[in-house]
Design a protein around this ligand. Structure first.
Ligand SMILES: [Zn+2]
Ligand SMILES: [Zn+2]
Length: 454
C-alpha cells in the first residue's frame, strides 16, 4: 500500500508500478479505523483521506503480462486480470487506467473521459473507423470455481466484457506491430453498457466531433454458439429495452372487511393479466416483443389489505413503432382497469436502450472480414431479444454489431449474466485477429502500397 499526495502522476502511471495487494474485509475495517474515506463498493480500490490531502490506490496485479516490452500482450493473463477485478458501470476506474496504460505503452494517443479512447494513425489516409468494447461488470455474485474469480464480491464480468476489452487491446497490439493500413483507428472503450448509459455519455462528451469516424463496429460474444462463429444481420440486430412502473393508489383496509377499502392487490393482478394481451392480441404475430412484469410490491400485511401496489417490468421491442404501441396500450389498459375500480393510477414508461440498427455497408464488411479469417459466418441471423447501447453509436454513424460464438461447453455455454458464465479464452486471438482484418479491409492502403509496412 502506498500513500500518495494529490499531485502524484496519473493513475495510469501509478498502476503499473504497484505490487499485488488485495483488499479484504480486515483492511476495509482498518481504513475506517483510521478515518479514511473509501470507495470500496465497486472494486475496493480507491481510498481518500477525509482531509482530501492524500489518496491511496491499491492495485491488483499489473495487467501487462511479464514482458512489458509492450508489443506483446498475454491476452489470457490480461483477460483473467480483468475478470478478477470487475467494476460496475461508471465506476470502471481501474479498468480504464489499465486500458489507458496499455494503449499508451503501445504508442497510441490516449484520451480519458467517461471512457477511454485510443487513436492509431497510419499513413496519410483521412478515413477513420471506430471499434468499440464495453468495460463494465454486473452486480452478480460469481459462483464459478476457477482460480481467477471476482475479487470484488457482488460484482462479476458475467457478460464477457472482460473478453471484449481484451480482444480489442489484442487488436491494438497486432495493428501497432504490423500497421498494414492507411487511416485512423479509433479504439472506443465504453463504460456502463449494462444500464444503457455509457455510449450516450461518450457521445455527449463530443467523442464523434473530436474523433470523427465514418463507420463504427462492436463485438458481443454469444454463449451457446460454436466458438468463433460470426453472426450478424443488416437492419435491427438488438431489441430496445424499456422499463415501466405502474403505481396503483387504492384504499387500504382490514382484511376481514374488504368492502371498506379498495384493494390494490386484486386490481394489480388484473392489470398483470391484461398486459399479457398486448403481445398476444394487439401486436402482429412474430413481432418479437416481450412484456414482462418482474416486480409486484404492495404495502399489505397478513391482515391488512394493501392500499398501494407497484408493478414494475421490462419491455423489449424490435421496431420503434411496436415499442411506442406497447407504451400507449399499457397506459390505456392500466388506466381503464383503474377507472373500472375507482382507483387512481400512474404509468411511467422509459426507454433505456433504443433498437440497434446495423447499416448494410458495415455489415457486409463484417461478413467479408469474417470469411477472410476463415470463420463460419451467418450473414443474416435472427435478431436478438437482448439490448445493446451500442445502438446510440449506430444511430450516429453507420455501424455493425456482430455476435461471435463463445463455445457450447461448460461455462462458455451458460447464458450471459449467469453467475457461472465465463468468457472463452480461446476466443481472444480469434476476435483480435478479426478486428485487425476488419481494419485492414476498411482502411486498405491505396493500390501499389499493399504490404508495404511503414
Ligand atoms: Zn450484459
Ligand atoms: Zn454485454
Amino acid at each position: 500500500m502506498m500513500i500518495l499526495s494529490k499531485t502524484t502522476p496519473r493513475s495510469t502511471e501509478i498502476l503499473t508500478n504497484f505490487a499485488e495487494i488485495f483488499l479484504c474485509a480486515a483492511s476495509r475495517n482498518l481504513l475506517q479505523t483510521y478515518g479514511i474515506k473509501h470507495n470500496l463498493s465497486q472494486c475496493g480500490l480507491y481510498c481518500r483521506s477525509l482531509s482530501q490531502e492524500h489518496e491511496i490506490r491499491i492495485a491488483l496485479p499489473p495487467i501487462i503480462a511479464k514482458d512489458v516490452g509492450m508489443k506483446t500482450i498475454d491476452l489470457i493473463t490480461l483477460r483473467r486480470d480483468f475478470h478478477r477485478a470487475p467494476e460496475l458501470g461508471f465506476a470502471e476506474n481501474l479498468t480504464k487506467a489499465r486500458i489507458a496504460a496499455i494503449l499508451t505503452e503501445l504508442g497510441l494517443e490516449v484520451f480519458e473521459g467517461v471512457g477511454v479512447v485510443g487513436l492509431l494513425k497510419q499513413g496519410s489516409g483521412n478515413r477513420a473507423i471506430g471499434l468499440r468494447a464495453d468495460m463494465d461488470a454486473l452486480p452478480i455474485f460469481e459462483t464459478s470455481t476457477h482460480d481467477y474469480v471476482s475479487q470484488n464480491p457482488g460484482a462479476m464480468h458475467a457478460c464477457g466484457h472482460d473478453g471484449h476489452m481484451t480482444m480489442l487491446l489484442g487488436a491494438a497490439a497486432i495493428l501497432t506491430k504490423d500497421p498494414d493500413f492507411d487511416g485512423t483507428v479509433v479504439f472506443l472503450f465504453q463504460p456502463n453498457e449494462e444500464h444503457g448509459l455509457g455510449a450516450q455519455a461518450m457521445l455527449d462528451e463530443g467523442i464523434l466531433e473530436r474523433f470523427p469516424i465514418q463507420e463504427v463496429y462492436a463485438i458481443h460474444n454469444l454463449p451457446g454458439a460454436p466458438l468463433g462463429q460470426v453472426s450478424t444481420r443488416t437492419g435491427q440486430i438488438c431489441s430496445s429495452e424499456s422499463l415501466f412502473e405502474i403505481i396503483i393508489e387504492g384504499q387500504g383496509g382490514h382484511a376481514s372487511m374488504p368492502q371498506m377499502g379498495r384493494d390494490a392487490i386484486t386490481i394489480g393482478a388484473e392489470i398483470v393479466q391484461a398486459l399479457q394481451t398486448i403481445v398476444s392480441r394487439k401486436l402482429a404475430p412474430g413481432a418479437g416483443v416481450v412484456v414482462s412484469v418482474t416486480e409486484f410490491i404492495t404495502n399489505g400485511q397478513r391482515n391488512v389489505l394493501p392500499g398501494q401496489a407497484t408493478l414494475k417490468g421490462d419491455v423489449r421491442a424490435r421496431m420503434p413503432q411496436d415499442r411506442e404501441a406497447v407504451a400507449k396500450l399499457m397506459k390505456q389498459i392500466s388506466e381503464g382497469i383503474a377507472a373500472a375500480h375507482g382507483v387512481s393510477i400512474s404509468v411511467a414508461f422509459n426507454t433505456e436502450f433504443i433498437e440497434t440498427i446495423n447499416a448494410s455497408g458495415p455489415t457486409e464488411a463484417v461478413v467479408e472480414a469474417a470469411g477472410a479469417q476463415g470463420l463460419e459466418t451467418i450473414p443474416n441471423r435472427e435478431p436478438m431479444s437482448f439490448s445493446e447501447d451500442f445502438a446510440h453509436f449506430c444511430q450516429a454513424v453507420p455501424g455493425c454489431l456482430l455476435l461471435i460464438g463463445n463455445g457450447q461447453e461448460g461455462p462458455y455455454g451458460q447464458p450471459l449474466h449467469a453467475s457461472n458464465y465465463d468468457f472463452n479464452d480461446a476466443l481472444l486471438p480469434i476476435g483480435a485477429a478479426f478486428w485487425a482484418q476488419l481494419v485492414r479491409d476498411r482502411l486498405a492502403k491505396p493500390a501499389g502500397e499493399q504490404g508495404d509496412n511503414v
